[in-house]
Design a protein around this ligand. Structure first.
Ligand SMILES: [Zn+2]
Ligand SMILES: [Zn+2]
Length: 483
């Protein structure tokens, strides 16, 4: 079955009636104990999250961040396998208590380039080269401490099965999880859980955009730009010609397509004809097949640009991820446990910080919204960005949530988000996410019928003859993509 058919099927099944709501099988005393464990760990959750915020390490270079999470998990009694799927900073932490369900929790921890920012309500660089503008310092920490809380609950109640924490690097463009899926690391997992820092509390599940990314490198001939221009062939001319053609192409691709680029090397001095230039592209669409089609056309633009400018080019693919597969059965479980976990309340100081941040934003939604939980919705509009969680979601029933760790009205990947992710408001949202993840995992361990229903829903949505074909191809992870 091709991707178009699969997507059509997913859309057709969007009205799939989710399985009947299962009773929350976890006794009240056990739920309360899990919440209490997380609250007891809140201080440590804060210190780990803020330490990773300070490391602010880029994709596949998260040595300290990965080591800190591994150390927290090891100290809590997990067995660690580090350096999985050809990625030195990836790891799997496991606690197994006999045979039973295998629940995986995903933990990200990479930062974004160029987003260094102080914990300040005004734009203020720390002089570093990276910052946690997507809040992955919070992401990795909540997931790890949820696994730790689940382990304690399993021991206290002799629950059979395995809780597994996946330390997943390089989400921002590195597609690390796609390589992990390709290499079989999720083959025996029954359900995968994740979350994401956000500006509201919400267990909605929705599709995302598939994405293929890569770098086009052009090689020309250098010469004195004024003394001997006729002997030069400019690699920057090739990049500009390619970009021009791709920008014209925007009119002739499906309107839901997204194409973005940055020129990562455009030469060094105006008086030297650049013999090297590089441009880094993303192509996105809800349908992975459309992405592959457009990427081929972008490559043709590169070829034409090289031909016309007397240069040559090469293409290095960096990432490739699917569109997200939502699961309604699991959404109900996550939503119920988020509601059990409570909401957020900010101190007057936290509100003042958020109010100052909002002065820099185009919109100022009420801060009181962080004390609410939005209704959970299953959506198939393919909005927003892309994530390598998607690849997991096509092979294992997967569910996530977001909690309010950022100031309402902030944009993703912004300095405002870096500031909030290093602040106590970020930590509070992280503790809330830890509770919801731990409770959801625990409920799934004792509710095999929910796992069966979630798996059946995944199989229906993706189609009977679905075979996972990684968009990252056959090669190794591009460990140097941020260098
Ligand atoms: Zn991001
Ligand atoms: Zn993110």
């Amino acid at each position: 079955m091709n991707f178009k058919t699969m997507t059509a099927m997913a859309l057709a099944l969007s009205a799939y009636s989710t399985a009947p709501a299962f009773a929350a099988d976890l006794p009240e005393a056990q739920k309360a104990a899990i919440v209490q464990t997380v609250e007891g760990d809140a201080e440590q959750i804060g210190s780990t999250a803020l330490a990773i915020w300070g490391f602010a390490e880029l994709g596949y270079q998260e040595t300290q961040s990965s080591a800190l999470l591994q150390s927290d998990l090891r100290n809590a009694g997990f067995e660690i396998t580090a350096g999985v799927a050809g990625q030195p900073t990836a790891f799997v932490a496991s606690f197994k208590n006999g045979e039973g369900p295998v629940i995986g929790i995903l933990a990200e921890f990479d930062a974004l380039p160029g987003l260094s920012q102080a914990v300040s309500p005004v734009e203020e660089t720390l002089g570093g080269h990276a910052g946690h503008g997507c809040g992955h310092n919070l992401f990795g920490t909540a997931s790890s401490y949820a696994a730790i809380a689940v382990r304690e609950w399993m021991i206290a109640n002799n629950i059979k099965g395995e809780i597994r924490l996946y330390g997943t690097p390089a989400e921002e463009g590195g597609s690390a999880k796609a390589f992990m899926v390709r290499d079989g690391l999720f083959n025996d997992v029954d359900v995968a859980l994740h979350w994401h820092p956000g500006s509201s509390n919400d267990a909605s599940q929705g599709t995302t955009k598939a994405n293929v990314s890569g770098k086009f490198r052009f090689y020309g001939t250098s010469s004195h730009a004024s003394g001997a221009p006729d002997r030069g062939r400019s690699a920057l001319d090739a990049v500009e010609s390619m970009n021009y053609m791709v920008n014209m192409m925007r009119e002739h691709v499906h309107e839901a397509t997204r194409i973005h680029y940055v020129i990562t090397d455009g030469g060094k001095a105006p008086n030297v004809v650049p013999n090297f230039a590089e441009v880094y592209y993303y192509v996105r669409h809800g349908d992975p097949m459309t992405v592959l089609d457009v990427v081929e056309r972008v490559k043709k633009a590169a070829e034409g640009a090289a031909l016309g400018t007397g240069t040559r080019y090469e293409f290095q693919q960096i990432g490739g991820v699917y569109s997200m597969m939502p699961n309604g059965t699991l959404m109900e479980v996550m939503d119920r446990n988020l509601r059990y976990s409570g909401t957020l309340s900010w101190t007057p100081e936290e509100n003042a910080f958020a109010t100052e941040i909002q002065k820099t934003l185009a919109t100022q939604p009420p801060l009181s919204s962080v004390g609410e939980i939005r209704p959970a919705r299953l959506s198939f509009d393919g909005g927003g960005g892309s994530t390598d969680v998607s690849d997991v979601s096509w092979v294992v029933p997967t569910v996530g949530l977001s909690t309010a760790t950022f100031v309402p009205g902030s944009a993703g990947h912004s300095w405002q988000n870096v500031a909030a992710a290093g602040h106590s408001i970020g930590v509070k949202g992280t503790v809330l996410a830890t509770k919801a993840l731990a409770l959801t995992a625990a409920e799934l361990f004792v509710s095999p019928e929910t796992i069966t229903a979630a798996t059946a829903e995944l199989h229906e949505r993706r189609g009977a003859d679905f075979v996972y074909r990684p968009l990252v191809g056959d090669g190794p992870p591009q460990l140097d993509y941020r260098k």
